[in-house]
Write a protein that binds this ligand. Structure first.
Ligand SMILES: Cc1cc2nc3c(=O)[nH]c(=O)nc-3n(C[C@H](O)[C@H](O)[C@H](O)COP(=O)(O)O)c2cc1C
Length: 164
């Protein structure tokens, strides 16, 4: 079984969760940014786990990222990798399973993970409609205590349920 964890991360929180999920799944599973998860890295994947931060109550758009990047009151985001939206738009059709996650503040409305799930399904990856939420304690993080461990456990559970 080939499993890949793919992430968009502007300040590093989602990247850290993605790494922990990949470790939890085991079996040499890689956590790859949207820039890295191309071609042979995702071809023939039996499981794609995809995640992004919740930004402005939604899966980040290029416009939202640019407006944050150009706002001097905001901490500079990493802009060098494609949005999860554009990665999903160019994802070749597949036939594996999917799972999704997001990092966010606990009280916020909206969901990035559920939006990713719809697109993964459309690309042929059978994905539960609701994703997993991992929490940060401030606008740019850090992750809440225990979330890395929870992500590892969630990854292990995914790996077991799919026989990775
Ligand atoms: C400009 C901006 C907008 C945000 N909007 C939301 C939001 O609508 N809902 C939420 O729960 N968290 C929001 N957050 C918090 C981020 O989702 C959180 O910091 C996330 O973990 C960032 O992930 P990353 O470090 O992988 O980029 C926002 C943060 C920033 C800086």
């Amino acid at each position: 079984m080939k499993a890949v964890v793919v992430y968009e991360s502007l300040w590093g929180n989602t990247a850290a969760i993605a790494q922990a999920i990949a470790e939890g799944i085991g079996a040499d599973t890689k956590a790859l940014s949207t820039a890295e998860a191309t071609g042979a890295e995702i071809e023939g994947a039996d499981l794609i786990v995809a995640g992004a931060p919740l930004l402005g109550f939604a899966l980040p758009t290029e416009g939202m990222r640019k407006s944050v990047d150009s706002n001097p009151r905001e901490k500079k985001p990493t802009m060098s990798v494609p949005t999860m939206r554009s990665w999903l738009a160019s994802l070749p059709k597949g036939s594996g399973r999917g799972a999704t996650f997001e990092t966010r503040i606990w009280w916020s409305p909206g969901s990035a993970a559920n939006a990713i799930a719809r697109e993964l399904n459309d690309a042929g990856y059978s994905t539960p409609p609701k994703g997993e939420k991992f929490l940060v304690t401030g606008r740019y993080g850090p992750l809440k205590d225990g979330e890395i461990e929870r992500a590892k456990e969630w990854g292990a559970m995914l790996g077991r349920s799919l026989g990775v």
